[in-house]
Design a protein around this ligand. Sequence first.
Ligand SMILES: [Zn+2]
Length: 276
Amino acid sequence: MRGHLSNGLRYVVLPNNVPGERFEAHLEMHVGSVDEREDEQGLAHLVEHVTFLGSKKRDAWLGSGTRGNAYTDFHHTVFHVHSPTYNKDTTYMLPNVLDILYDVAFNPQLLETRTTKEKKAVLAEAQMMNTIEYRVDCQLLQHLHWDNNLGCRFPIGKLDQVSGWDAANVRAFHERWYFPANATLYVVGDFDADVPAVVEMIEAAFGAAVPAVVDAGSAAGAAPTNATVEATAEATIQASTVSETQNQIPEIKTRNPKETEPNTCNVKPHTPNPRP
Ligand SMILES: [Zn+2]
């Protein structure tokens, strides 16, 4: 069952009782490294670290059998959680997990101390990834995607840029991309609740997330365009059982930086040597 909240957050709920007494929740933010500006290379990944690892609420999972992780790729930043339906203290975990995912994505602290810490983690991660296979993959992508940003916006970014950022950079990127209409929540598993009840829990956890603010300009001086959120994917939405939701995604005015980002790859297409 698919639907969306009035703030634009899309959700997919899939009951699945095998294996029983467990569920997963994945919050996908539709932002990744290709959305970074030229001076933001690696920022999507750093924001993922600071939001996810900076959440104090995640401490509630300790010892509960709940596991969470996150990743950033070219197009997405995903926070995912695997949890027993009830923890050892018989706490019902679904509302708890949804609340924490809300906290991570839409209510993070984005502190300077956490940013400093996660910059170190990201730089260490880059060191570990820097293998010959990785460098070959990068070369390959640069040539395959010479005409778009896939060829030059690797999620790990540019290390000299990463080391120069502070919490203000993290906040600016977060503000530009982390809004409910730019997110899809997937919950699948044994909920011990029917779908309308799960939807109510989603509403309770995420309903407070504020839609994106229409901004007159941006710090980098780019010319943002006001655009309405695309509703194409919504054509397939089934009639919602929650009366206040409708079949059309609400028109949420927002900046659409995707339309303003030029291709900044400076890698030229590979042309084979002409035959003599
Ligand atoms: Zn990482």
